[in-house]
Design a protein around this ligand. Structure first.
Ligand SMILES: [Zn+2]
Ligand SMILES: [Zn+2]
Length: 261
């Protein structure tokens, strides 16, 4: 059985076919999926999925790409995270990819928001789901300053170097690979996936984005995490069953609340 450690199943294009999505997961032996919140207005739709389906879980948080959106406080995140179906804080982190004319100094609001999430995670003991893009140095610096090591978490949709992966693992974080690793030109990332021990690895779709080969360009879905797992198995020269077993065990070790939820 596989677990999709990061999807956005509440997005319109996926949730409108929810029964089909769930049936496809079952057919592909994808037993569970973590539905990740990106902002507070849409968070109730994430939680509703996790409340209605025993194999879907929720997180609470505000993605760094959402700028004109209600800002979360530590208190609010802690309060929402008390819900039995909420197993993680995020997604949060830093994204300097689309600066749109601004400088990194102008992105202090992202760094403040990221600190808020880490503080909430430490208060709740829940792991963090961290998004980092074109910002790995600041991401790691803030993780260290705010002692993210106390809760650990996952570097989701990982696209950074082996050195960044090592630094994140040293802070107690797992490294999650998405469909990007299956792309033909992603040879550097494939080397990183060879480098990261299976015991520290998660797999995800980040659906509806980033459909893996052989579905590249199509609307991604949680069932297709299986293709990520199959690709990792080939890269590492291990069986698909081993990848499924170890990454699933990793998921339930990291998101321990999911075992009771
Ligand atoms: Zn993300
Ligand atoms: Zn995401």
């Amino acid at each position: 059985m596989f677990v999709d450690s990061h999807c956005h199943l509440n997005f319109d294009e996926l949730v409108k076919d929810l029964p089909q999505q769930l049936a496809d997961m079952q057919a592909a032996q994808v037993s569970h999926a973590l539905c990740v919140a990106v902002n507070l207005p849409e968070y109730p739709s994430v939680l509703a999925l996790a409340e209605a389906h025993a194999n879907l879980f929720a997180s609470v948080g505000v993605h760094p790409d959402y700028e004109d959106t209600p800002e979360p406080s530590v208190e609010l995140l802690v309060r929402e995270a008390a819900h039995p179906r909420v197993i993680a804080i995020g997604e949060t982190g830093l994204d300097y990819y689309r600066l749109e004319g601004r400088s990194i100094a102008d992105m202090e609001w992202q760094r403040e928001r990221f600190r808020t999430h880490i503080r909430a995670a430490r208060e709740t003991g829940l792991p963090l789901i961290i998004h980092t893009r074109s910002a790995s140095e600041d991401t790691l610096a803030i993780m260290r300053e705010e002692r993210a090591v106390e809760t650990g978490g996952v570097m989701h949709c990982f696209t950074e170097s082996a050195a960044v992966a090592d630094a994140a693992m040293a802070e107690g974080f797992y490294i999650s690979f998405s469909g990007i690793v299956t792309f033909k030109k992603a040879t550097e990332l494939q080397d990183v996936a060879r480098h990261v021990p299976l015991e520290r690895m998660l797999i995800e779709t980040d659906s509806p984005y980033l459909a893996p080969v052989p579905h590249r360009g199509k609307l991604n879905r949680p069932a297709w995490v299986r293709h990520v797992g199959e690709f990792i198995a080939e890269l590492k020269g291990v069986s698909v069953e081993e990848v499924a077993e170890v990454t699933t065990a990793n998921f339930f070790r990291l998101f321990a609340k999911a075992r009771a939820a």
